[in-house]
Ligand binder design. Structure first.
Ligand code: PRP
Ligand code: URA
Length: 213
């Protein structure tokens, strides 16, 4: 895969360790859910190290008054792509408890692998926020690209997309279609299979999170 300026692949040993357990077919639904949250928190910490909207505020310590940097109120929105993206919301909320949450519902047509949108509800004023779009799986990239298009139509200008596992095809598609969107992927997998599943991957993230199969 090409190197893209707008793509960061973390490859952090702590995250890789958690992803290894996530992949294991024997990992329980509870543990799977907890790991997705933990990985998301670690990713958010890394992804936002230079990009958190901040403001200056005067604080009074017991000794003197000083100017401090704090996270701006109401500056971040989390947007999960349903269903599997829902599993990542709490992982961001741990760091930004007051972040508003929007939802974009999409499923992939099993034959064509094209994403179909079935739901969209975004917070008022999202166009002025830093939007963290989240989905654990970036396979063909169709769902992420459509979700980003939808956010842009709503006026969002500052979008970051976080996926836990990415296939080369999906990463290239999002990076090239949306060079203005910063993409963060925890680990790059080998390829897609003939059904559009990531290899080695972890199977169907939504089914493993919600126990639907
Ligand atoms: C999965 C996943 C992504 C999408 C990725 O969702 O959570 O949204 O597939 O595939 P793509 O990159 O090829 O578009 P799915 O369509 O299985 O829906 P679900 O989360 O409701 O199970
Ligand atoms: N969606 C998933 O949940 N898993 C894949 O491997 C590809 C798309």
């Amino acid at each position: 895969m090409k190197n893209y300026e707008n793509v960061v692949i973390f490859n952090h040993p702590l995250i890789r360790h958690k992803i290894a357990i996530l992949r294991d077919e024997k990992t329980s639904m509870k543990e799977f859910r907890e790991l997705i949250e933990e990985i998301t928190t670690l990713m958010t910490y890394e992804a936002l190290k230079d990009g958190v909207p901040t403001v200056q505020k005067m604080m009074k310590t017991p000794l003197e008054v000083c100017e401090q940097t704090i996270v701006a109120d109401n500056a971040i929105a989390i947007v999960p792509i349903l269903r599997a993206g829902l599993g990542m919301v709490n992982g961001v909320h741990v760091l930004f408890p007051s972040a508003r949450v929007g939802h974009i519902g999409m499923y992939r047509d099993e034959e064509t692998l094209e994403p179909k949108e079935y739901y969209c509800k975004l917070p008022d004023g999202i166009e002025d926020k830093l939007v963290l779009l989240v989905d654990p799986m970036l396979a063909t990239g169709g769902s992420a690209c459509d979700a980003i298009n939808l956010l842009k139509k709503r006026g969002c200008k500052n979008i970051k997309f976080m996926a836990i596992i990415g296939a080369p095809e999906g990463i290239s598609k999002v990076a090239e279609s949306h060079p203005d969107v910063q993409v963060y992927v925890s680990t790059l997998d080998r390829q897609l299979n003939e059904n559009g599943y990531i290899l080695p991957g972890l199977g169907d993230a939504g089914d493993r999170l919600f126990g639907t199969k």
